[in-house]
Design a protein around this ligand. Structure first.
Ligand code: NAP
Length: 240
């Protein structure tokens, strides 16, 4: 069900974590199109101001046909993503690498191609990357590379698109099913609610970049400015 007069936002990865939190936050003031694969979770989201779309974004044909009934959108938030680590660098897992790059980068490309024509002039495209893109991190050959690619892609879209405002989101650690699997300390972990409020407010202000929590992301940005020879021993220490 949609309400007349409200802006319409489409959110991918809406069935879990940050995406689910964004559906909750946006549905208070926007019509929401919530996207994901998990049918049970999608049916729970459906209701007040929220319609749902089920598709696998790694399947180009599914993405191409998913939005036929959507006319115009004010905001598109491409948030869906996966995280897998390469545990043993000497046994590079090319299948894992392909899976992560496909889900985080190639599938985002499918969504951009299908959704850009639906965005109104003056609309907004929001892409959720990660602060992992700032620096090379242990075991993140696939995840970090995918997010660095996504940040680069988003920056180019900011240069190229004249009538669409593009926002790049660089979260630090957020407490979600994705990070529940992590077996290492996660400094400055934030709740989904806090993460989604930061994203919502930043998108409302049409910021070019949203990054949080600042005490974590600014530190990483500072390290990223230093020569790699200073970062490498630290990264090796983190690895141990
Ligand atoms: N959590 C963090 O600390 C953190 C930090 C930085 C960046 N991020 C980024 O934030 C985004 C959301 O992360 P999260 O922590 O909320 O993860 P999450 O709880 O694991 O949720 C991931 C979402 O992506 C969807 N998804 C995954 N593969 C898909 C596919 N092939 N087709 C369609 N949907 C797919 C899932 O939908 P289904 O389950 O329905 O398939 C799910 O809704 C990701 O891009 C992640 O890289 C997260």
């Amino acid at each position: 069900m949609t309400r007349d007069g409200l802006k319409k936002v489409l959110i991918t990865g809406a069935t879990s974590g940050i995406g689910e939190g964004l559906v909750d936050r946006y549905s208070k003031s926007h019509n929401v199109v919530a996207c994901g694969r998990n049918e049970e979770k999608l049916s729970k989201l459906s209701g007040n101001n929220v319609q749902t779309l089920k598709f696998d974004m790694t399947e180009k044909a599914q993405v191409a046909s998913a939005f036929v009934d959507i006319e115009q959108l004010d905001i598109v938030i491409l948030n869906a993503g996966v995280c897998e680590y390469i545990d043993d660098a000497r046994r590079f897992d090319a299948e894992l690498f392909e899976r992560v790059i496909h889900a985080n980068v190639i599938a985002t490309g499918y969504c951009i191609e299908a959704l850009l024509p639906k965005l109104k002039p003056g609309g907004q495209l929001v892409i959720v990357s990660s602060s992992a893109s700032f620096l090379p991190l242990p075991r993140a050959q696939a995840y970090g590379a995918s997010k660095a690619a996504l940040s680069y892609l988003t920056r180019v879209m900011q240069i190229e698109l004249e009538d669409i405002d593009v926002t790049l989101v660089h979260p630090g650690f957020v407490e979600t099913p994705l990070t529940d699997k992590n077996d290492f300390p996660m400094p400055f972990l934030v709740t989904v609610e806090n993460a989604c409020e930061a994203i919502f407010q930043g998108v409302e202000s049409r910021k070019k970049e949203i990054h949080f929590p600042k005490r974590f992301t600014l530190l990483l940005k500072l390290f990223a400015l230093l020569p790699f020879s200073l970062w490498m021993p630290l990264a090796k220490r983190i690895k141990r």
